[in-house]
Ligand binder design. Structure first.
Ligand SMILES: [Zn+2]
Length: 223
């Protein structure tokens, strides 16, 4: 099994009245060649947090990753995504044409949505049993798999609804779930990937700082 390459840390700093992004802080500004020194505290470089996590370290979460390849390498915004649910030890349960898989590796670069909101923490003790019992039902036998209508998504959403029902909470339909949980995260991931690849290609990426009207503070120079 090939492990996905860990992403490099993206740093953002201000120079030449621009926001400059690069992998690590360069000694010299790629625009003017001057030393990059922080004269003011608010100009200190900041790291951009990666939208991916190691899914095997996430308890009781919904995970997404590209069906083939990884987000940073292969994802193009339209690639097929595969989804799964983690138990309390980071084993990823996911439904495929071969039935329910219990993956201990392969989800190291995932987008994760925690499913245990405050108030549902009482479920933690029973989570693994719920997930195992749910996965053992006939609905998820290999021959029931259908690429469009009875797939990894159906499995994950049905499980989430099972949990919600146990807690007397309202059910989610597929569109609601996608809008609420999936789209905001894949959108954030796509933006990050675009930035990442641009830096990889050119060594750095530049944007204009926000205008004083929309910036955090007039004249602060923060991006
Ligand atoms: Zn410069």
């Amino acid at each position: 099994m090939q492990w996905p390459e860990a992403g490099k840390l993206i740093i953002k700093f201000n120079h030449c009245q621009k926001c400059v992004y690069s992998f690590g802080l360069p000694r010299r500004c790629p625009l003017c060649g001057q030393d990059v020194g922080s004269r003011r505290l608010e100009e200190a470089p900041v790291s951009i947090s990666e939208p991916f996590t190691d899914g095997h370290r996430e308890k009781c979460s919904f995970l997404l990753r590209p069906t083939r390849g990884t987000f940073l390498r292969e994802y193009d915004g339209r690639s097929d995504l595969h989804v799964g649910i983690t138990n309390t030890s980071g084993v990823v349960y996911n439904y495929t044409v071969h039935g329910v898989q219990r993956d201990k590796v392969g989800w190291e670069q995932s987008v994760s949505v925690p499913l245990l909101r405050p108030g549902l923490f009482g479920l933690l003790d029973q989570w693994d049993k719920y997930l195992e019992d749910f996965s053992a039902t006939g609905a998820w036998l290999p021959h029931r798999y259908e690429e469009d209508h009875h797939n990894c998504y159906s499995y994950a959403l049905a499980f989430i609804n099972c949990v919600l029902a146990t807690e007397g909470e309202e059910q989610l339909d597929r569109d609601e779930f996608t809008e609420k949980f999936v789209v905001p995260r894949t959108r954030k991931a796509s933006k990050y990937i675009t930035l990442y690849r641009a830096i990889e290609e050119r060594g750095f990426y530049v944007t204009d700082p926000p205008s004083p009207q929309t910036g955090p503070r007039p004249g602060s120079g923060l991006c």
